[in-house]
Design a protein around this ligand. Structure first.
Ligand SMILES: C[S@@+](CC[C@H](N)C(=O)[O-])C[C@H]1O[C@@H](n2cnc3c(N)ncnc32)[C@H](O)[C@@H]1O
Length: 283
């Protein structure tokens, strides 16, 4: 599942700062990270990613708003975790490409001592992430896979930055949705909950089948574009990711309902019912 570190280290050392596309990055296949980057208005995406995004917008024109709302939720939830819940250690799995308002920037603005470990399995995130996300000695980036939690939790950088005997938060923003049912995302979430100490937190956000036909239609496009066949699970399916945790108010809800700030994009747009998120605390 994870690739050996040696060729990827070479990719970072030789190519990360240059303009040409590193060999390991396939520009003919879509990348979830790059489509999401496009949706957020970033520049680290290729024609194949933009074509996939256009196919999504052909079905639901406001699809890109879902990504923006998800990012808003993530920022608000980090502000809650660090500012209100007092968390000082964050593990952001499926971090995505660097964007405006990265997790460590939000967190360290509130509490500079906060440590953040970013994890993503896409080589393009590795190429950009280590330089732009791991910008100080309280921040690290790992190229690893959510489906291999041992590699994440035992990695020397995780061990160095996250004291796993003390409360920490795991952020799973827009990532469990890309696991197939056969990969058992509920077991993956349970494995992470088991590792949280009392007082630790789990954040989950995903696209949602809100019962409207266009959610199913969009799910079909996501599947055809290789992003996973079950990106749009129902609320009932998703609330199980928090089993055994206490959901922080207001629970698992669309992003425009979760402590949305004044910069929440188009808060009244009905499309928001297709992306939900929540934060759970381990008792
Ligand atoms: C939709 S983006 C979400 C980014 C960010 N977490 C957020 O909520 O704004 C999903 C990210 O998860 C990553 N990803 C997908 N499957 C993964 C896996 N099995 N392990 C680690 N990262 C994964 C993708 O490469 C992508 O960067």
């Amino acid at each position: 599942m994870t690739e050996s570190p040696r060729p990827l280290e070479r990719l970072v050392n030789s190519d990360a700062g240059s303009d040409h596309v590193p060999l390991e990055i396939n520009t003919d296949e879509v990348s979830i990270a790059r489509i999401y980057d496009f949706a957020l208005g970033g520049k680290d995406n290729f024609a194949v990613d933009r074509a996939a995004a256009e196919a999504m917008m052909a079905v639901v024109p406001e699809t890109m708003l879902l990504a923006k709302a998800n990012r808003h939720f993530l920022r608000q939830a980090v502000r809650y975790l660090v500012g209100e819940a007092g968390i000082r250690q964050l593990l952001d799995i499926g971090s995505g490409l660097p964007t405006a308002g990265n997790v460590h920037e939000i967190a360290q603005e509130i509490a500079p001592e906060t440590r953040v470990v970013y994890v993503d399995n896409d080589p393009i995130v590795l190429a950009h992430g280590r330089a732009l996300l791991a910008t100080n000695d309280r921040t690290a980036f790992l190229h690893a896979d959510l489906r291999d939690p041992d590699a994440i939790f035992s990695h020397p950088d995780t061990v160095r930055l996250i004291d796993q005997s003390q409360p920490f938060a795991v952020l799973l923003g827009g990532v469990l949705m890309h696991l197939e049912d056969e990969e058992d995302p509920w077991a993956v979430a349970a494995g992470i909950r088991d590792r949280l100490p009392s007082g630790g937190y789990l954040l989950v956000s995903n696209t949602c089948d809100d019962g409207e036909p266009r959610a199913q239609a969009l799910n079909q496009v996501f599947a055809e574009k290789g992003m996973g066949s079950r990106c749009f699970r129902t609320w009932d399916e998703q609330v199980r990711f928090f089993d055994g945790l206490e959901l922080v108010e207001p629970g698992l809800v669309p992003h425009n309902q979760w402590r949305a700030g004044p910069d929440m994009p188009e808060p009244d747009n009905p499309v928001h019912s297709m992306h939900i998120g929540g934060v759970g605390r381990k008792p």
